[in-house]
Design a protein. Structure first.
Length: 413
């Protein structure tokens, strides 16, 4: 029995020794044989540029021991001008010159027109900097602005005495005149104002007024401000029995026929009358809020001689205002910088050799090379797993030797 146990220990020691010898043999093979016997490329092959519209397969020399991944080429459509130019100058084809090693620098491929010069063709190096371009962009902005034109009557008057940008109207039962005011007493601000005179009214309800059509934004609130004077021979509303009045109306459909506005929609302003011989003249002011229902509306303002008498009535208007939200479309110019490109898209940069290429707006998309397998060596001298296994084997051998020695000593006692 003791002899059988000694033989078993000897067999175990022999097996462990054989494992140790195998590990040492593998180490020696990788360090001295496999490590210096092959030259394996450490860089992946480059993506092959394609100059035509069709997808072509290009055979790229692959060093021994490498497993390259094929490159997918996405080709865009050529513009008509580029097709004509390509037809005249010819399609560039890759030349099979002596190339021993693949380059690791990705190259940009374009589907635009290609111009060639005589000499040796060489590859185009990709430009990885972002390109810039100037573009015009329309921007809509809303602000609170004055939308009446020539509301202060400082831009002049037409030949008929009506302020520029305004239109006039009046009845036939009286003499209606339009003139410009310049006297300081009859001008609220600036140097001019609009006067409307209604005289010799042989019939009641004689009118003379002005109107202006403006653009507006439906549903928004606008503020209408009217400033003016009423002058008559009576000098007061009590003396004339409110015979000289000022009214305004809004046509929310943008109509320009003052007679089409119903009588109840004409709003009377609570202004007093002033006599022609007054020592001092003042301006009355009224402010109202209006909300348009369409994208245009028309503002009407008129003087009204109520009674059938031939007494003169003068109506002066100045500093008319209609303020509200206005949407303006402005065009701004800005410079855009395209993101930096790698191996796809982008404008081709500097070239080497004597041939050059220019990229169009539609560039071909060429995928970059994917990682290549089988290009790295496993160095067992730097592998911690190898040294850990070797250490365990040595411990096992030492333990077996110690156990055998201890058993041998015990059997000889």
């Amino acid at each position: 029995m003791e002899r059988f146990q000694q033989n078993r220990r000897i067999i175990l020691i022999a097996l462990l020794a054989m494992v140790l010898v195998c590990l040492v043999a593998v180490l020696i093979y990788n360090v001295f044989v496999a490590g210096g016997g092959q030259d394996v490329a450490s860089e992946p092959p480059t993506a092959t540029p394609v100059a035509t519209e069709e997808v072509e397969e290009v055979d790229t020399p692959t060093p021994e021991g490498m497993t390259p991944t094929p490159t997918r080429v996405i080709s865009g459509e050529l513009a008509e001008d580029d097709e004509d130019e390509t037809a005249e100058e010819g399609t560039a084809e890759p030349t099979t010159e002596s190339t021993t090693e693949p380059t690791a620098t990705p190259t940009a491929s374009s589907s635009g027109s290609t111009s060639s010069t005589s000499g040796t063709s060489s590859s185009t190096t990709g430009d990885f900097s972002g390109s810039t371009r100037v573009v015009e962009v329309e921007v809509e902005e809303m602000g609170i602005e004055e939308i009446l034109e020539n509301g202060g009557f400082e831009e002049g008057f037409n030949d008929d005495g009506i302020g520029v940008s305004w239109q006039g109207f009046g009845t036939d039962g009286a003499v209606v005149n339009f003139t410009s005011e310049s006297a300081i007493s009859f001008v609220e601000s600036g140097e001019s104002a609009q006067r409307i005179s209604i005289d010799k009214a042989v019939e009641p309800d004689q009118y003379g007024g002005i109107y202006q059509k403006v653009d507006a934004t439906p549903g928004q609130v606008y503020t209408l401000t009217i400033k003016g004077q009423i002058r008559s021979g009576f000098g007061s509303v009590d003396a004339s029995s409110y015979g000289y009045r000022v009214q305004y109306a809004i046509d929310y459909d943008g109509g320009e026929n003052w007679r089409a506005i119903p009588a109840e929609e004409w709003m009377e302003l609570p202004w007093d009358e002033q006599g022609f011989d007054a020592n001092e003249f003042t301006f009355s002011e009224s402010t109202v809020q209006v909300t348009p229902t369409s994208d245009t509306m028309t503002v009407f303002i008129r003087g009204w001689n109520k009674w059938a008498d031939q007494t003169l009535g003068e109506y002066t208007f100045d500093s008319l205002s209609l303020v509200g939200p206005v949407t303006r479309t402005t065009t701004i110019t800005r410079t855009e910088t395209a993101p930096a490109m790698t191996s796809t898209g982008g404008e081709s940069g500097g070239t080497t050799g004597t041939s050059s290429s220019s990229s169009s707006s539609e560039d071909e998309l060429v995928d970059g090379a994917l990682p290549v397998t089988g290009t790295e060596d496993t160095v067992f001298m730097q592998d911690g797993r190898f040294w850990g296994a070797l250490f365990v084997v040595i411990l096992l051998i030492l333990g077996a030797v110690y156990q055998a020695k201890w058993s041998w000593s015990r059997s000889n006692r």
